[in-house]
Design a protein around this ligand. Sequence first.
Ligand code: DAH
Length: 341
Amino acid sequence: MDPLAELDQLQTEALSAISHAQSADQLEQERVRWLGRKSRIIEMMKLIPTLPPESRGPFGQRANQFKKAVEQSLAEQKSGLAQTPTKSHLDVTLPGQSFHSGTLHPITQTLGTILSLFTSMGFEVADGPEMEFEYYNFDGLNIPKDHPSRESFDTFFVDYASPNPKQGRMILRSHTSPVQVRVLEKHEPPLRIVVPGRVYRRDALDPGHSFMFHQVEGLMVDKKTRFSDLKGILDYFLRQLFGPETKTRFRPHYFPFTEPSAEIDIASHLKGKSSFAQKEWLEIMGCGMVHPNVLQAAGYDPKEYQGFAFGMGVERITMLRHGIQDIRSFFESDVRFLEQF
Ligand code: DAH
């Protein structure tokens, strides 16, 4: 390339690079790069003696112009940098930037409260599959073959059957109770467990029903577990959950897997807070002494071991605690609903 043309190009590059320097350190690097001992301009000036004599004068002048232009540009950039404050101004009167922080889902919050109350009483948290075999959902829980809940209008059947005929077909579990059977099969009593999880029912959606919801199951089995243990523990639990004023009522009921069985009602001190709370007493959970057939099916002698079990719906409890009217709001993912908790 013609040396004069090369100098033009070099100057354009140098001035642009210098104008982008952001600090005194960077400026010094640019000075070394364009004017230092190893720079291109020094290299070019060493070649002057090899140029034809008539070109030497004009080239020398152009090289001096180059140096001057670069030096001037370095000086300008330096004074420009000195005037720019290194920290940007903080204007505290400007509107702030707000960050959206999430919260735990209300169901997760209620689950956390329920589980921590039981773990504080020595219960351990267990879980089991949401796709379950008929045996665990029904037979192992003393629910006979002709029970209506085993019909396809009440249960979601999956197109698969266990190779083991005893286990039967696969379904979406309709309650968390099958985990009682699974835990008893694996672990010798004494045991105290609580089981959170999703369950599925062939229910049409309405404000009080969903095809999927959450339950917490409980099971305690030991050599001398009595109905009074069940009463004491669940009474305490409900007062912790709903407040010390809460009254409880154990009303006789029927469940195939417990005998005797009861439903627990709480007195509606929450009256007026939710659509559920219009009645005097509200049904809140099922419970009972583990049926001897359940213990026997899992391989235990009911004369040696006794136990109690209970089950509750987490959505229902959350609706009562917060005065929520419609179960569907838990699953619609509307942030305006969720951010209130
Ligand atoms: N599995 C019952 C249901 O889904 C709830 C239940 C009632 C569980 C009584 C229990 C119990 O463990 O003892 O309706």
